[in-house]
Each structure stands twice: as structure tokens, then as C-alpha cells.
Design a protein around this ligand. Structure first.
Ligand SMILES: [Ca+2]
Ligand SMILES: [Ca+2]
Ligand SMILES: [Ca+2]
Ligand SMILES: [Ca+2]
Length: 295
């Protein structure tokens, strides 16, 4: 992290000077996609991007190969759940770079925030350098005002691969609960449901995605039996029922689970007992629990 901060300070001193920004920029609106299927970090080796490939989330921006010899942005995808904004970027090149950035114009007003692209097109209120979050303001690339929230408590994102690990793509899980600690007690990094963002680098000629508008998708209404609110009724919900039985869930909830248990869930979750045995096990636990209560 010390090295990272050092590199970061160097970059802040020499922020963007694109030679080809104006010819590249356009504005696109990404479809709003709610999904709990995207995971960032912790997947099995070699499967890290299978979640995106299986998700059906469309590519919102297909950037050309136009930054030869340097980090060269290709395709961008975006989605969200209740906790995170998920972004995937692929590259024509295979090298990691400390100079990979995201910029968020969270009020969709190019006149407020930092003029990230020096073209009057995106006024960013906060940004990321790889996984590192920082606040931005008019005329100031990094205000050094602290951020809070997210899995690291400082607004930082989950990123895979890590910022210094090579690979032809990266995925971010960007916390939705981060706060900028100014003015006290702070404002959310995402104060609105809609925002604009770009993925960019100042390496080489510079490379930037289109300005992508996104609106957070709401979670679909829950289905009875979906106790963990991940849009399916499967073995994980049964485990949740076991944990919460006698607390927030009762016997009638198990009936909901049984009624809505989907055959499709079997393929999605491995190591889940077949429905009949799971249900029988559930009944056994339920009666055991009720027996205990009577004693
Ligand atoms: Ca993943
Ligand atoms: Ca490119
Ligand atoms: Ca703005
Ligand atoms: Ca579920």
C-alpha cells in the first residue's frame, strides 16, 4: 500500500492529458441489471470471469484498439446488487497498470466536480485508481478528503486481479455505502440512483471508455421461500431457514420453500441434497425444534 500511495501521488501530479479524447467520447446508457451472481475475489482459479460470461449482462461499450503498446481498454459491462456496483473491463493488452482509473459523475452534472477528461464532458465527484477510492472536486483531482464505508472502511473497492497483477481484464465490486466525510457527517458517494462514469487510463495516448450512464437496478420483489434474497429458492435458502427457525422464520416458511423450490436451483448449487431428502431433513429438524420448545 505504501508503494501504491507513492505511485498514486505521482499520478495525481500528472493527471490526464489525452490526445484523442474528443474523437472517442460519446454517451451511452447501460441497461440496469440487478444480479447477485457476480463475485469479485475468492473464486476458483481460472473461473473468476465465468460469472460475467454466464450472466447475460451486455457489453455497453466496445472500445476500439487505439492505445498501442499500453493499457488499451476494450469492453465494459456493468451491473449491481444491493451492496455493490459491479464493473468489468477487458483490455487488448495483458499488462496491469497503476494508471487505471474510474471516474464517477454522481450528479450527472459536468459543471460540478473534477473535469476528468478536460473536455467539459464529465465532472466527477469521486474516482478510483484501481481499487483506491478518492474524492474529487472542481479543479482538484484528489481532495484528500477521507472516505469511509465499503469492505475496507475507506471506500475502497474489491478488485480482481489486484492492481499490480497482469491479465486481460479486471472486475470491480464498488461499495454503494461509501461516504465522503465532508461536509460532516458526510455524503454518500452515490447520492443518486443514476450517475455517469468512465473507465480510463493516461498511459500512452490515453484511453477512455464512452461516458456510461447507469441507474441502479432495484431488487425484484422477493419470492416466498427466497430467504437469502438472491432471487432463487434453493438449498442455501433451506440453510437460512435452519439458521432462522424459531427466530424470523417458522414452519409456514418451510412450506413456502418447499412449494417454490425450483428444479433449476439444483444445477446452480452443487452439493445440495435432492428436494425430498432436504425436505425430510427439514421436517425432522422442525419437529425436533418444536419438541425442544415444549420441554
Ligand atoms: Ca467474478
Ligand atoms: Ca481502447
Ligand atoms: Ca458532477
Ligand atoms: Ca435464495
Amino acid at each position: 500500500m505504501t508503494l501504491f500511495r507513492f505511485v498514486f501521488s505521482l499520478i495525481c501530479a500528472a493527471y490526464l492529458s489525452f490526445t484523442n479524447v474528443n474523437s472517442l467520447l460519446a454517451q451511452v446508457t447501460a441497461p440496469s441489471t440487478f444480479t447477485t451472481a457476480i463475485q469479485v475475489q475468492g473464486e476458483d482459479l481460472g473461473t473468476e470471469f465465468d460469472d460475467w460470461n454466464a450472466s447475460g449482462i451486455s457489453v455497453v461499450d466496445a472500445d476500439p484498439a487505439d492505445n498501442p503498446g499500453f493499457l488499451d481498454i476494450a469492453n465494459i459491462q456493468v451491473a449491481n446488487d444491493n451492496d455493490f456496483l459491479y464493473i468489468r473491463a477487458t483490455f487488448y493488452s495483458n499488462e496491469s497498470s497503476p494508471n487505471l482509473f474510474l471516474a464517477f459523475d454522481t450528479d450527472q452534472d459536468s459543471a460540478t466536480g473534477f473535469d476528468t477528461l478536460q473536455a467539459g464532458l464529465l465532472g466527477s465527484e469521486f474516482g478510483y485508481q484501481n481499487d483506491f477510492a478518492f474524492h474529487q472536486a472542481a479543479g482538484t483531482f484528489n481532495t484528500n478528503i477521507a472516505l469511509t464505508g465499503g469492505p475496507f472502511g475507506n471506500g475502497g473497492a474489491l478488485l480482481f486481479p489486484f492492481w499490480d497483477q497482469d491479465g486481460p481484464e479486471k472486475e470491480w465490486a464498488i461499495p454503494r455505502d461509501a461516504m465522503i466525510t465532508f461536509p460532516a457527517p458526510g455524503v454518500p458517494t452515490f447520492p443518486n440512483n443514476s450517475f455517469d462514469f468512465v473507465v480510463y487510463t493516461d498511459e500512452g495516448l490515453g484511453d477512455v471508455s464512452q461516458v456510461i450512464s447507469y441507474t441502479f437496478a432495484e431488487a425484484p420483489p422477493g419470492q416466498p421461500g427466497d430467504f437469502d434474497s438472491d432471487l432463487d429458492v434453493d438449498g442455501a435458502d433451506f440453510l437460512e431457514w435452519q439458521r432462522e427457525f424459531g427466530n424470523t422464520l417458522g414452519a409456514s416458511d418451510l412450506t413456502d420453500w418447499q412449494t417454490n423450490y425450483g428444479p433449476g436451483a439444483l444445477s446452480a448449487v452443487s452439493a445440495v441434497p435432492e428436494p425430498s431428502s432436504v425436505f425430510l431433513a427439514g421436517l425432522g429438524l422442525a419437529s425436533l425444534a418444536m419438541h425442544r420448545r415444549r420441554v
